[in-house]
Design a protein. Structure first.
Lengths: 129, 319
């Protein structure tokens, strides 16, 4: 069966590499599931979790805070500004960040962004369990 | 101990402590080169993928020439460049080579290309003091992290450059951005390079910029294909380009900073190694001179004793 070759890379270090049977990314226009044989795509990623189903093993989740997704001939590259695995996420810190952000004023764009990041992190941890 | 000997001993001690410092710096630099190289390797897959994505978006988006970040047909009035130098000395000609190249670039842009204004943006204290001393206008400067650049430094610099670029020319915006950095070729060879980062030259060769790695056998994406696939863009090609290009500037700045840091350490290692070697040579010379002085003193003392004894015995014999 055809499979996808997936790389998750960020500017600081390559995050994950390997074959996968399916990936789900969150673009600006909504979630997009990609199976082998999908047409070439270049998309802007939104803040949110991405899911990778490796050919062997359990689904994996990454918290991606903005970036790109490119797919071409079953070669998928996720160019993340920041990508974190569930193990890398500090749950206590994310919860704290979320509650701090909730207290902040609604107009504060930075607080909203912090809130989204924290929510993504918590969601990834939840999904990975 | 005679005066002469004391002078030599003092010189030996002072050279020995200098040698300790240069030796330590040599070793620190050696280890930091490796760190910078590792960071470069970790950033390489991202940079490579980013270039592919830009080429794809640029070659397929309709009206890409009109995109502000790639359009060539701007006024050629004001250019800015980022020059990467060291914060500290003891690195041989590292900083001054970069500055000299930057001066050459300035002359080229003004004389040949007809730019009215070329403004330097400076990384590193050495470059900053060069421009300050000459009372030249500088855009912005960043100091204190030239030897261990981090991603957040690169982001800050990229943001400042891009802001200047996006301003209209009439309001002081720049029409071109160049980077002057020192490319790390090997441990013994580094060369200063100039690269225009914006507007992006949208050609397939653009991919080559990622330091020759693109031709590697482990490059699985297959860049040698004669055509680009027809991509589906989400939300649109122009929107994707809008998002891609700031990241392109970031990664270009980050790569330049890391390459320069590796080069700085290599230059410092070399400078400190020859300083250590010279110190050893000096110590050898001084030890010889000190021995000579000691021997001369002993000889003189012996001849004084012999002369004294002679005088005494001849005085006793005479009475």
């Amino acid at each position: 069966m055809a499979e996808l070759t997936v790389s998750v890379v960020s500017l600081e270090h390559p995050e994950w590499d390997g074959p996968a049977s399916q990936i789900v990314v969150k673009t600006l226009e909504g979630e997009m599931g990609v199976l082998p044989g999908h047409e070439p795509v270049l998309a802007t990623l939104a803040e949110g979790p991405i899911r990778i189903d490796p050919v062997d093993g359990d689904p994996m989740y990454f918290a991606v805070h903005g970036g790109f997704f490119s797919l071409d001939e079953n070669r998928a590259i996720i160019l993340a500004d920041v990508a974190e695995t569930a193990e890398e996420i500090n749950v206590a810190r994310a919860q704290e960040a979320k509650s701090n952000a909730e207290k902040a004023d609604d107009e504060d764009l930075e607080a909203i962004a912090a809130m989204r990041r924290a929510e993504t992190r918590l969601r990834v941890v939840e999904l990975a369990d | 101990m005679g005066g002469q000997q004391r002078v030599f001993r003092r010189k030996i001690r002072s050279v020995q402590s200098t040698k300790k410092i240069t030796k330590a710096m040599e070793m620190i630099s050696s280890s930091r080169i490796i760190k910078a190289q590792r960071q470069l390797e970790e950033a390489a897959p991202y940079t490579r993928a980013l270039f592919q994505a830009i080429s794809a978006a640029a070659s397929h988006a309709a009206g890409v020439e009109k995109h502000p970040l790639t359009a060539e047909a701007r006024l050629e009035k004001r250019a800015i460049f980022l020059v990467v130098t060291a914060d500290r000395g003891l690195a041989g000609a590292y900083s001054i080579n970069a500055i000299r190249e930057a001066e050459g670039l300035t002359r080229y842009l003004v004389d040949e290309r007809g730019f009215e204004d070329v403004i330097p943006y400076v990384v590193g204290r050495k470059g900053l003091s060069f421009y300050k001393f000459r009372d030249r206008e500088i855009g912005e400067s960043w100091t204190g992290s030239s030897d261990q650049p981090s991603l957040s430094d690169a982001k800050e610099i990229a943001k400042a450059l891009l802001e200047r670029f996006l301003l209209p020319t009439e309001e002081g915006g720049a029409d071109e951005i160049h980077i002057v950095y020192t490319h790390f070729v090997t441990m013994v060879t580094q060369e200063v390079r100039v690269r225009r980062i914006l507007p992006v030259e949208v050609i397939e060769e653009e991919v080559d910029v990622s330091e020759g790695r693109i031709g590697d056998p482990d490059n699985q994406a297959g860049d040698d294909r004669p055509y680009m696939p027809l991509y589906d863009f989400e939300p649109s090609a122009n929107a994707v380009l809008d998002e891609l290009l700031p990241r392109y500037v970031e990664s270009a700045v980050y790569t330049a900073l890391l390459l320069s840091a590796a080069s700085e350490h290599a230059a410092r290692r070399r400078a400190c190694k020859s300083a250590t070697d010279n110190a050893e040579e000096l110590i050898r010379t001084y030890v010889r001179l000190a021995n000579q002085a000691r021997q001369a003193e002993i000889t003189q003392e012996i001849s004084e004793i012999v002369g004294g004894a002679d005088a005494l015995s001849s005085a006793t014999a005479g009475s």
